[in-house]
Ligand binder design. Structure first.
Ligand code: DQA
Length: 147
């Protein structure tokens, strides 16, 4: 399968950004981890990061018919973007929502996710391992569906 790992705003700063919350792992390390873990699962992983809501929406539209699944960390857009939610609803590509931090253990405004209702499921709180768990979940989901 083809799986897109899509990262949203400020995640390009990982490694230097609030390391007490997000850890010391850089985005490049996470991307490399996803690529190599994808190989062990026989999945072809590609990557995109953008700080722009419209670019993320375009990437979700472009995934239609091209990607079998998306691992999405929408960053703060998770909590604000009805537009991203609508894009996922329209794309017909299964999405697993991921977060490095446990958004439910943080500020109230992070508890609400616009992605969760249109995702297969949500994985949060495991740092870079959240992405590994998401790839496992997506690969199992796709295998089960015979997709
Ligand atoms: C995040 C959690 C969001 O609340 C925050 O805005 C981020 C990162 C996470 O991976 O823990 O940018 O998505």
């Amino acid at each position: 399968h083809n799986i897109l790992v899509l990262n949203g705003p400020n995640l390009n700063l990982l490694g230097t950004r609030q390391p007490e919350v997000y850890g010391a792992t850089t985005l490049k390390m996470i991307e490399d981890l996803c690529t190599s873990h994808g190989k062990t699962l026989d999945q072809n992983v590609s990557h995109l990061q953008s700080n722009h809501e419209g670019t993320l929406i375009d990437a979700i539209h472009a995934a239609r018919g091209k990607q079998d699944g998306i691992v999405l960390n929408a960053g703060a857009f998770t909590h604000t973007s009805v537009a991203l939610m609508d894009a996922i609803s329209s794309a017909e590509v299964p999405v697993v929502e991921v977060h490095l931090s446990n958004i439910h253990a943080r500020e109230e405004f992070r508890h609400k996710s616009h992605i969760a209702p249109v995702a297969i499921g949500q994985i949060c709180g495991f740092g870079a391992q959240s992405y590994v768990l998401a790839l496992n979940a997506l690969a199992a989901y796709l295998a089960e569906r015979g997709a």
